[in-house]
Each structure stands twice: as structure tokens, then as C-alpha cells.
Ligand binder design. Sequence first.
Ligand code: ZN
Length: 185
Amino acid sequence: MSVTFAAELPDGTDNRTFLIVCDSTTAPLAHIVGYAEAEVEAQAHGLLCNRCADYGAEIREEFAEGDPVPVNVANANAVELLQLLGFDLDLQDAAVSPLGDPLPEMVGAIAARLFLDRVDVALSGALDVNDCGTTPLTYRLGDTDRTGAIVHDFGRRPGYLTDRLRQLRDLALACEARGLRVVWD
Ligand SMILES: [Zn+2]
């Protein structure tokens, strides 16, 4: 489960370009405009290729210089980033992860300039950002009957939040240059 920060599609038009990639060849199978179209192509390839039969071919977004690059983070990290950026999350009524972390609804859209301002405040050192990382942890769900799934929480390295904030800053700048909002879900 994760949250992706990205540029809003202009007028709902998806003119992003995607590569269709299969492990069996080094060259991409196709360049496709629009994610929905890329999915159709990837699934169609899966009908013809044993390696890709289960999930279809891989879809990889292509970026040119200055394109807004999406930032994808795990839910627990998204909670911290959005809080650092000063967004109100409804932690009270949120669902809870197996570790007991609240998982609120994380969907939003905001003008790129306003998003950039929030990122700059978070990066300025004005906030007390705890970015010393978290320890990896392995535990079992439903530990009373010893039948639950084993969960590996990989933890977070020191400096992670700062690195993500810098990526969000690049995203916001690219969005602002194109007059697009920053969205996340
Ligand atoms: Zn294939």
C-alpha cells in the first residue's frame, strides 16, 4: 500500500508516455501515450508471452527533461510527509496498520506554488523533523495462535524524509512550470 505524489493530468488528458518492457528482450516493445492505452498493450503482450502471462508486460513511464517525476512512498511514510507539510490528516477515524499506525485517507490536490511553499518550510529546518530512521522489524500477525502471516517492516534509513522532500520539491517546480496542480492518492 502506497501513496503517489504526481502532476495532475492537464484537462484530464493523459499525454504521458510509457515504455512496454519484457524481460525477454532488451529493447522496449513499444512506446505508448496514455496509461490506459499502455495497460491494454501490456496485457495484449501477456497473451503472447509466457514470461508475462500472469501480469502482462512491465509498464514504465518515460520522462523528458523537466517532466514532473512522481514520488511514491509507503503509507506510513506518506502519513509523516503529509504531516510535515502541514496537511490535516484524520487520524482519529483512520484505519490502522498491523503495526498500529493510523492509515488515514490520503488523497489531495493543491496548486503547485502552495505545495512548494509547504515543502520549503519543511526543508528549511524550521520544523523539528525526526529523520533519524526507524529500525527494521519482523513480526507475526495474530500472534496468539501462531498462524498469522510473517510481516517484514524494512524500517527507514536516516535522511529518508529529507530525500523525499527534495524529490517533492522537484515535482512541485516541474508542476508549477507547466501550470499543473500537485495531486496525491
Ligand atoms: Zn513478455
